[in-house]
Design a protein around this ligand. Structure first.
Ligand SMILES: Nc1nc2c(ncn2[C@@H]2O[C@H](COP(=O)(O)OP(=O)(O)OP(=O)(O)O)[C@@H](O)[C@H]2O)c(=O)[nH]1
Ligand SMILES: [Mg+2]
Length: 694
């Protein structure tokens, strides 16, 4: 660990002068105050003259109608401002787990992230997946403990809980000054200067509050010790009780934050702009410059041309495509050709507003228009060789709804609109189910799909109705039967129709599918008619007596007869169907249901609850173990009937503070228990719509 940390620090040793920009993502749990913090950052830096609020639905961050309507962020939103001569580009990310893909895709393009959380220790666990992502990608981040004006806050308990979920050491950068339960100021732990907040301006320096001396000293000593773990010189000073110079502390903070070795913590009230200026100061002085992030990301890239990466794709209400990109190297100029596509224009974004610019340099985050064929995560370059920087994995869809256009004629428009929707949001997926013929929209949860459907309505004028997807049940047989007879004889006008077959039908083992053989001797069924027999059998199997496709059966054509004039392939097909129709009901048809294999991740304190959840839904546990690179988390593997998967993610989240997640894949078909099969068949109206009975 120490070696690894030392290596990472290496890249940050060459201290650089402040360059012209910083790109910072604002992330954190749902409703912690990220959009409010962005509004405050824009306000105190003068980018906006009037502060909007989430309640009044007029913030820069939540400008999309779907976000305004819900008072929650549903996609990333970008805004730039200037502070002390440096351009800051902030990306306000949604906090809901259902929109996590947005956040992850954007995070890989920033120099640092502000993790906004509430001072409620019980909720801190919700930060665990985010901290893991930040540390896996080594994205420098600091914590802003917001809402320090709420009742019942516990600073120490919150810090303690935060330390438990972060794999990197947390270092308090400030000591909060409280009056009762209200935050009224802070002591900067580097300079030991105390400040009092007041509305409408920067905090005022005040004399050191002597009554806090002991706690402040303890907090400062803890910070210095954490920093000294990565700096032997500082360690020596501490051991020899030499007061380290402030510049040295700041330098260490910068290097260690930049290398994602430590996580500085700040406190504030975003709604009242408290703590927002100190945060800006820290970002300015301690967050890594864009060049440093680029050096790290491009370490293996040899190309010398322009390189940018797509962090988000938007389809604007006017129908134009905008690709939000981080410029890693070189510059973007008007009409630049990247990956063979000529960019329409370069824009700086401010929520939903965009301002056209002529060029953008390395280290900037801007939008390019009309990059057709280019997707979120793609690396764009002027080189003739393809460059691909690491990109974020696509989150697997875990929640599904079947959708139908309200207006029948809209069916043709649907696939074009959905593919644009998927470009904007790669954590959506869709399929036209082969068995049930439903169009199924897959995503991360109920709200995620609702938002997607609202976008379909608003942007593409495609109102949809939804219903629970049918479970793709199948049928099989339990018993074999020999020599079932099917004879088709038809005389209408001139030419007659004649086919006559005997079939053996027997069950196969689960998963073996279908096989067809013939044991005809003496040409009693001429060769040219045998494909017709197989066709008739297959057609019958597509829709069994219970209403579902039949699988795992073997059919053998053993005997038959023909007529030299009236027989045809068609007539034998009919004869085979008649034989199947007569035979299958005698073979004890049974219902099969799809079983998926799930792998669930959960904090270990919820493991037993999650196992109960699985078994309570007719699931079967195959095993569980600790996740080796994620302390305190378990992975549970099991089987779950697909019929029980519809709301599984909803329940799983409600049992695990919202952080449980799962991967799944189809595994096998299994007989449905008899009682349940009866219920399913009673609901399925003789085999047409086989809703899952929920
Ligand atoms: N008391 C208090 N409330 C705050 C503060 N900051 C934000 N809020 C309120 O918290 C709620 C959520 O704020 P948002 O800014 O939308 O939170 P968010 O983190 O952007 O939410 P999502 O993007 O949906 O995850 C709103 O009602 C805000 O008014 C604060 O400092 N103090
Ligand atoms: Mg928000």
């Amino acid at each position: 660990m120490r070696l690894d940390a030392a290596n990472r620090k290496e890249g940050f040793m060459n201290e650089k002068v402040n360059s012209g920009s910083r790109n910072v993502a604002i992330v954190g749990p749902y409703l912690s105050g990220k959009t409010t913090l962005l509004e405050s950052l824009l306000y105190v830096t003068g980018a906006i003259s009037r502060k909007g609020s989430v309640k009044d639905a007029n913030t820069v961050g939540d400008s999309a109608p779907e976000a305004r309507a819900r008072q929650m962020s549903v996609e990333v939103s970008t805004a730039s401002t200037e502070y002390s001569g440096t351009r800051f580009t902030f990306i306000d990310c949604p906090g809901s787990v259902e929109f996590a893909q947005e956040t992850y895709n954007a995070l890989i393009g920033v120099d640092a992230a502000i993790v906004v959380c509430e001072p409620i220790s019980d909720r801190v666990l919700t930060l665990a997946p985010l901290f893991k992502f930040l540390d896996d990608w080594e994205i420098p981040h600091l914590v802003f403990v917001n809402k320090m004006d709420r009742a019942n806050i516990h600073v120490l308990k919150t810090l303690h809980a935060l330390k438990a979920v972060s794999s990197r050491p947390l270092v308090a950068h400030q000591y909060p000054i409280m009056a009762g339960e209200q935050l009224i100021g802070f002591i900067d732990l580097v300079t030991e200067q105390a400040y009092h907040y007041h509305s409408g301006g920067p905090a005022d320096p005040v004399p050191f509050p002597e009554e806090l001396k002991e706690e402040e000293h303890a907090a400062r000593a803890e910070m210095l010790e954490a920093l000294a773990n990565f700096d032997d010189h500082l360690l020596e000073e501490l051991l020899e009780e030499i007061e380290p110079p402030q510049e040295e502390i700041l330098k260490d903070l910068k290097m260690e934050l930049g290398a994602d070795l430590v996580v500085p913590v700040f406190f504030g009230v975003a709604e009242q702009d408290y703590g927002v200026r100190p945060l800006l100061e820290a970002l300015l002085k301690e967050a890594p410059e864009p060049e440093i992030t680029a050096e790290r990301r491009l370490s293996k890239v040899k190309d010398s041309g322009t390189i940018a990466q797509v962090l988000k794709t938007y389809y604007t209400p006017q129908g134009g495509k905008l690709s939000l990109v981080r410029v890693w190297q070189g510059k973007l100029t008007d009409g630049i050709v990247l990956n063979g596509v000529r960019a329409g224009g370069i824009y700086r974004l401010m929520g939903q507003q965009s301002q056209q610019i002529n060029q953008a340099g390395a280290g900037e985050i801007v939008a390019l228009s009309r990059m057709e064929g280019v997707k979120t995560g793609d690396t764009l370059s002027t080189s003739s060789q393809t460059v691909q920087l690491p990109k974020v994995e696509r989150l697997e869809p875990v929640y599904a709804l079947a959708i139908t256009p309200e207006k029948r004629n809209d069916e043709v428009k649907l696939s074009g609109a959905i593919s644009k929707l998927l470009e904007e949001d790669p954590s959506l997926a869709w399929e036209q189910h082969g068995d049930t013929h439903e169009v199924i929209l897959w995503g991360q949860g109920e709200i995620h799909l609702q938002v997607a459907l609202e976008r379909l309505r608003r942007k593409y004028n495609l109102p949809m109705t939804t219903h629970l997807p049918q479970v793709p049940y199948k049928e099989t047989i339990r018993k074999a039967i020999s020599s079932v007879h099917g004879r088709y004889k038809h005389q209408s006008g001139g030419h007659g129709q004649f086919g006559d077959v005997y079939l053996d039908i027997k069950p196969l083992r689960r998963g073996e599918g279908f096989s067809f053989r013939e044991t005809i001797v003496g040409g009693v069924v001429p060769k040219q008619y045998i494909p017709g027999v197989e066709m008739g059998v297959r057609e019958f199997l597509a829709h069994g007596p219970l209403g579902f496709p039949i699988v795992d059966v073997a059919v053998t054509l053993t005997n038959g007869s023909y007529h030299s004039v009236d027989s045809s392939e068609q007539a034998f097909k009919q004869a085979a169907r008649l034989a199947m129709q007569a035979g299958i009901p005698q073979c004890e048809p049974t219902l099969l249901e799809p079983i998926v294999r799930v792998q669930i991740s959960t904090p270990s304190e919820f493991t037993s609850k999650v196992m109960q959840l699985l078994t309570g839904r007719r699931g079967q546990i195959l095993g569980y173990e600790a996740i080796h690179d994620w302390q305190g988390w378990d992975s549970i593997t099991g089987y779950l009937p697909q019929a029980e998967m519809q709301n599984f993610i909803v329940e799983l989240r409600s049992q695990t503070l919202g952080v449980g997640s799962f991967h799944w894949e189809f595994d096998h078909l299994q007989e449905v228990p008899e009682k349940l099969a009866e219920r399913i068949l009673a609901h399925s109206n003789g085999g047409g719509s086989n809703a899952n009975g929920k």
